[in-house]
Design a protein around this ligand. Structure first.
Ligand code: AMP
Ligand code: GLY
Length: 423
């Protein structure tokens, strides 16, 4: 089969890598890819928001299966366009993608279908948001509040404010931070405490199949300090959720969500990603994503034993219930190596050393997120998140040790990473 992966980050490298393991794969294309992806796929210079061009390419290149990495293409309706043209594609429809592309849509959906989530109020302007905060809807002036831009904001649209004054300041700064379009509405939320878990699943409109639970490490600094990022590292480990918790999540969150999408006329097909807070009163949804996470995907796919193409075919035929999906037992870790300056203005163009040394370890995979080649063909840094050093092992400590051993062999000017992923 000819496969097309849409996107250019570490997540898409991991997807291409997983497709490459399949005997059914004849050739992989990636739009638009990166220098690491180019080692295993042919990179095509079409951007994820160029939907008609992507569909034209899939038609003329006779692509058998397209897999969409990121939310931008999904929110623009790539799946609807491909399906209209009879092209096979895995991803959420434009309507279903609103669960991620509009936080107020997602919150109203959860309220309507009784899905546990933080209390909220949607404001239609920054002024209204400030009024709501002044009225003290989320406790007194010392209570923390979460301020969220309604629209897609590449992970920058959420501010956890420690008190009312900070929340008002966050509301004022939000438009500058993420733009006018994403802040046409602002969602204010009750602050929840607990441990966060990411739970992803394959869904085919009728059935779902869970992936191993994961934990992202979103802050730039060790011990969860400093700015929020797209994710500085992820672990997967069965112990992140016990059976009781998982059953509760299936009953109170997953089934009502999937049934809700059916009732609303957009039965969910694709990858559904629940960002959960495990609070003292049970799991609550922080957010829905309608795609694989980055770097969750890297850590999840190194544990996948079943052929990814088979899973995709089962999804397209609504036969996930007849498919046994096998995962390597144990745990996995992905440690992100980021450029100088990330998550703010980043320095790029630095040569990366040590990749060949790490390539000698068969059990470690280095997924490229933002790399390019320079004029003498060396890998260089090309964006904020550069590499994801990823490995699976029978237990978490083993995975952590192996990942950090590999990390110690890689270097580039200004390389940043967290030393506490999984701790
Ligand atoms: P989101 O993109 O909505 O998942 O938010 C990004 C991050 O902000 C989450 O991973 C949490 O760490 C934090 N966050 C979001 N909503 C809340 C909330 N209601 N209470 C506490 N923390 C939150
Ligand atoms: N790592 C978080 C995300 O992909 O949304």
């Amino acid at each position: 089969m000819k496969i097309l992966v849409v996107g250019s980050g570490g997540r898409e490298h991991a997807l291409c890598w997983a497709f490459k393991q399949s005997e059914k794969t004849e050739k992989i294309f990636c739009a638009n890819g990166n220098a690491g992806i180019a080692e295993i796929a042919e990179c095509v210079n079409i951007k994820p928001d160029e939907i008609a061009e992507l569909a034209d390419f899939a038609e003329t290149s006779q692509i058998d299966l397209t897999f969409v990495g990121g939310e931008t293409s999904l929110a623009l309706g790539i799946v609807d366009e491909f399906e209209k043209r009879g092209l096979k594609i895995i991803g959420a429809s434009r309507q279903a993608a609103q669960l991620e592309s509009s936080k107020s849509f997602a919150k109203d959906f959860m309220a309507k279908h009784n899905i546990p989530t933080a209390k909220y109020k949607t404001a239609n302007s920054a002024e209204e948001a400030k009024e709501i905060l002044q009225r003290g809807l989320f406790g007194d002036e010392n209570a923390p509040v979460v301020v969220k831009a309604d629209g897609l904001a590449a992970g920058k649209g959420v501010v956890v404010a420690q008190n009312r004054a900070e929340a008002i300041e966050a509301v004022s700064g939000l438009e500058n931070l993420v733009g006018k379009k994403a802040t046409e509405k602002i969602v204010l939320e009750e602050y929840l405490t607990g441990k966060e878990v990411s739970l992803l699943m394959f869904a085919d409109g009728k059935n779902f199949a869970l992936m191993p639970p994961a934990r992202d490490h979103k802050r730039i600094g060790e011990n969860d300090t400093g700015a929020n990022t797209g994710g500085m590292g992820v672990i997967t480990d069965t112990n992140l959720l016990n059976d009781e918790q998982q059953n509760e999540i299936i009953k109170k969150i997953i089934k009502p969500t999937l049934n809700g999408t059916k009732q609303e006329g957009f039965p969910f097909c694709g990858i559904l990603f629940l960002g959960l807070m495990m609070t003292a009163t049970g799991a609550k949804v922080l957010e829905y994503n309608v795609r694989f996470g980055d770097p969750e995907t890297q850590a999840i796919l190194v544990r996948l034993e079943t052929d990814l193409i088979e899973i995709c075919q089962a999804m397209l035929n609504q036969k996930l219930d007849n498919t046994i999906i096998k995962w390597k037992k144990g745990s996995s870790v992905c440690v992100v190596l980021a450029s100088r300056g990330y998550p703010y203005k980043v320095a790029i163009g630095d040569s990366i050393n040590g990749l060949n040394d790490v390539a000698a370890h068969k059990q470690v995979v280095v997924f490229h997120a933002g790399t390019a080649r320079n004029e003498i063909d060396e890998f260089i840094t090309a964006s904020g998140r550069v590499l994801g050093v990823t490995t699976a092992a029978p237990n978490l400590n083993g995975a952590i040790n192996r990942a950090y051993n590999a990390v110690s062999q890689i270097s580039f000017n200004g390389m940043q990473f967290r030393r506490d992923i999984g701790n």
